[in-house]
Design a protein. Structure first.
Length: 176
């Protein structure tokens, strides 16, 4: 990977102009210039060895592409600031959704990928509330927000139970 110093002398506005003119070289330079910055930002939120790291870096690249298309120099802000705010918001949104938590659980538990085996909450828990939440939200397709609404339970309570179940499953299945 090249260092930022190799690309810092390229002007963002000039590159954006050339990209809008169709320059593929400018497009590649722009992406290489910001690749290091994207990785730096993602490292602030998750560790490199975290299974979400590569996904978040890819999200950062998509955010960069979106910013390149949507940036308007009449915004009274630099492209760098515009992109920084955009990528941070996107990462926080992804980390605060049920999507990231569910994906991490499924990736780290190969037992779910076995289609011949049916998994039910009662295999792991005795508590009916945990069994129901496990069956509907972890194995099923119900989001935590939907589960909360259907059961008339505050989302914060459902989320805490969900996190507790995840931690218990990690211990039961010996996942670190």
């Amino acid at each position: 990977m090249n260092s930022y110093n190799d690309y810092k002398n390229y002007n963002d506005y000039e590159l954006l102009y050339l990209i809008n003119e169709g320059s593929e070289i400018a497009f590649n330079i722009f992406f290489k210039k910001y690749e290091i910055y994207i990785i730096k930002i993602v490292k602030e939120y998750v560790e490199v060895y975290d299974s979400r790291f590569e996904d978040l870096v890819q999200e950062g690249r998509m955010a960069l592409f979106t910013c390149m298309k949507n940036y308007n120099d009449n915004l009274n802000t630099s492209f760098f600031t515009y992109f920084t705010v955009t990528i941070r918001r996107r990462i926080l949104k992804l980390l605060n959704t049920d999507y990231c938590n569910t994906i991490v659980l499924e990736e780290s538990m190969p037992i779910y990928s076995n289609e011949n085996k049916k998994i039910y909450g009662r295999m792991f828990f005795d508590d009916p509330e945990k069994i129901e939440l496990f069956d509907e939200c972890i194995i099923g397709n119900t989001s935590l927000a939907e589960f909360s609404k259907n059961k008339k339970i505050r989302y914060s309570i459902v989320y805490r139970r969900y996190r507790k179940i995840i931690e218990e499953l990690k211990i039961i299945l010996d996942i670190k």
